[in-house]
Design a protein. Structure first.
Lengths: 602, 78
């Protein structure tokens, strides 16, 4: 499906470069000169922007995010400004956040939870989620936030792989999704339920109530010595085959979180920052929890799901200065039109960034029309732990490009050689795999219990991202597509295997093939092709039954949006479903080399 | 379209998007996204299907008016 590279060069010129004014009035950028910052950069200097635990006891993310501010001049600054779905507010200053996270760390200790145990969090964006993540890090647990829209099956898989010992969630989520899983999760000892504010304590057998557990705890806690390489976070991501992978991040990752917050998001001391991502995904943890707090700014947390009027209202009322959001949301706002923005005073906005999937150039430009500023796309992955490539505030934007590598990050487009090695491609605008020179602080340290899959991500000095990209003659990177069959929907990676497996559990399904179907809003949506067992025939009723079956097991975000019946699915001789071919047929693309194909079913 | 017809239509569209849902137990005043575990794409499809089935043009600014069962029914039969 690849075109000659020369045919792609035009991509970079479709939209005129957005030239940034130099020496303009206003807030001076943290990174005024890209080249200079790059050549002067050292990770040691970035590390020196953090405090470290008192007494030289190491480096702990939660200390950098909370305690060091609570002990200093920022103690009474708002750390989290939470806006509830019904419009209510809860403010936690850095001082409050220190006490609350200490209480949770003490609660974990009172339960006998040890350093290195896994604490999972499954909730909407409620303050307790943030407290649990940071308190868990203080107690030196390995914290893993789960996405609350997951169905029971993805939850069971992740809790199982991560050997979760503690789960913090809410009563409705527990009843709907977790209670039935308890017998299959013998390692899960403590489930802590958060009741709505003002509600009575939860009284569910086999669980603890958050407030009753935390109230008697001391607001003082001394973070134990923490080595920078101690495990801190576990983020799950999906591959083409097999189970989801738990990417392990260590406390040293905070060096990347912090410096990228400064450079890629241009966070300044008095900023009001809003990252719209859910902490169930890595963006919502690295940039919805950690980076804004290590930088000492006020972080807005909105519980409500996307709705343009609500969001514009939040931007206006909270005087948000830096806004980090996602392409799907931006495209929905575009659909609503510029007039919907006009009634709002969004003059406080200084910097707009986007991540999740490539931001189409129209959306970059629309930012300028609607907000007077372009959206700045950036690129990174669960495995990279933090932003790796970005459009910086003081750098011209080429709409459609993900920008340039962060200072300290060496990126390349590489080609795979027949001997298994990779070689960087020097010519501009030649497609290859995007690779990063291994060794930055927030690089994953492993996939949990999957040494082989982890090793496969590295060749020589390079971490291979699985993304195909190109680099132009000015050093800007351009996303081309995934090198594998992983589906990118609304910024979430979805493994086709996980969806296929769930469909196969239904008695009617003989085989299933799942692909990403291009979609103007979501980038891709999950589409399934199923072949039925003898005795079953295609019908609307069966289609709905399969859809319901998948949604019940997987949850709305992972389940297919479309299901087609197919008499048989194309397989390779080794029996692998050829998703590439399913995709080509769906979109009328060239089918490529079919020589390994087992059965042609057209 | 009268209220009963509107309700039947809304429920039918919802059952095509979230067939697993217990629509009989659906609370009329709670956001559909929460009641039925809809994601943002599901909600967009909900609007699109309502438009296709009724021909009623639903401008984006009105989407919030269709966020619950009761308000969606009211919107369609007004």
């Amino acid at each position: 499906m690849s075109e000659p590279a020369a045919g792609r060069a035009f991509l970079t010129n479709l939209y005129p470069r957005i030239v940034k004014p130099h020496g303009a009035a206003g807030v001076p950028p943290n990174l005024p000169d890209y080249q200079q910052a790059r050549s002067a950069f050292t990770w040691e200097a970035a590390r020196a922007l953090l405090d470290g635990l008192p007494g030289g006891r190491g480096l702990n993310i939660a200390h950098e995010a909370v305690d060091r501010h609570a002990l200093g001049s920022r103690a009474d600054r708002e750390a989290l400004r939470w806006i509830g779905r019904a419009g209510g507010q809860r403010i936690l200053t850095y001082r409050d956040l220190k006490a609350a996270t200490n209480r949770f760390a003490n609660a974990l200790r009172s339960l006998g939870v040890q350093e290195g145990d896994s604490v999972f969090v499954l909730a909407g964006r409620i303050p307790e989620l943030y407290i649990a993540v940071l308190g868990g890090l203080k107690a030196k647990c390995v914290v893993s936030p789960l996405f609350s829209a997951f169905g029971p099956e993805p939850l069971a898989t992740r809790l199982g792989i991560g050997e979760g010992r503690v789960l913090v969630t809410t009563e409705p989520l527990y009843r709907r999704k977790v209670a039935a899983l308890r017998p299959s999760l013998p390692k899960l000892e403590h489930v802590i339920l958060v009741a709505d504010e003002g509600d009575a304590p939860t009284e569910v057998p086999g669980t603890l109530d958050w407030r009753q557990l935390l109230e008697p705890q001391s607001p003082d806690f001394v973070i134990p010595p923490t080595a920078p390489e101690d495990r801190a976070l576990l983020h799950f991501t999906s591959g083409t085959t097999g189970r989801p992978k738990g990417a392990i991040h260590v406390h040293e990752a905070v060096v990347t979180h912090h410096i990228t917050g400064r450079y890629a998001l241009d966070l300044h001391d008095d900023d009001i920052f809003w990252c719209t991502a859910d902490p169930g995904w890595v963006t919502g943890t690295s940039y919805g929890i950690i980076a804004p707090l290590t930088n000492g700014v006020t972080s807005v947390v909105a519980e409500a799901e996307f709705d343009s009027a609500t969001w514009y209202g939040i931007l206006q009322r909270e005087r948000v200065t830096v806004w980090y959001t996602a392409p799907t949301a931006i495209r929905m706002m575009m659909k609503l039109g510029i007039d919907a923005v006009r009634g709002f005073d969004l003059s406080s906005l200084r910097f707009l960034a986007s991540v999740g999937e490539p931001l189409n150039p129209e959306a970059v430009v629309w930012g300028q029309q609607a907000f007077g500023r372009p959206f700045h796309d950036n690129w990174w992955q669960t495995e990279t732990g933090g932003i790796m490539i970005a459009n910086f505030v003081a750098m011209d934007v080429k709409p459609g490009s993900m920008g340039k590598p962060l200072p300290g990050i060496e990126a390349a487009i590489v080609q795979h050689n027949t001997d298994g090695s990779v070689t960087p491609i020097d010519q501009p605008m030649v497609e290859g795999e995007l690779a990063l020179k291994a060794g930055w602080p927030s690089m994953m340290r492993g996939y949990l219990n999957e040494e082989e899959r982890y090793r496969k991500c590295f060749i020589g000095p390079w971490y291979l991202t699985g993304d195909l990209a190109m680099c132009d003659s000015d050093g800007y990177y351009w996303f081309v597509g995934r090198a594998d069959d992983v589906i990118k929907s609304s910024g979430h990676l979805i493994g086709p295997f996980e969806v296929e497996s769930a469909l196969m559990e239904h008695p009617a399904v003989a085989e299933a093939g799942v692909i990403g179907k291009p979609d103007p809003m979501a980038g891709e949506i999950v589409k399934a092709f199923v072949a039925l067992n003898p005795g079953f025939s295609p019908s609307e009723a069966l289609r709905r039954e399969l859809l319901g079956h998948a949604r019940k097991r997987l949850g709305a975000v992972v389940a297919p949006k479309e299901i087609d019946f197919s008499p048989g699915l194309p397989r390779t001789r080794s029996g692998k479903i050829m998703r590439r071919l399913l995709k080509a047929r769906e979109f009328g693309l060239p089918e490529g080399d079919l020589s390994t194909l087992e059965s042609d079913v057209r | 379209m009268n209220e009963a017809e509107a309700k039947t239509l809304v429920l039918d569209v919802l059952s095509s998007i979230a067939p697993e849902a217990d629509l009989a137990g659906l609370r009329g005043k709670v956001a559909l996204r929460d009641e039925l575990d809809l994601d943002s794409m599901d909600f967009l499809n909900f609007i699109t299907f309502l438009h296709q089935r009724t021909g009623i043009n639903i401008p984006e600014a009105d989407y919030p008016k269709l966020s619950t069962l009761d308000s969606a029914v009211a919107y369609l039969h007004r």
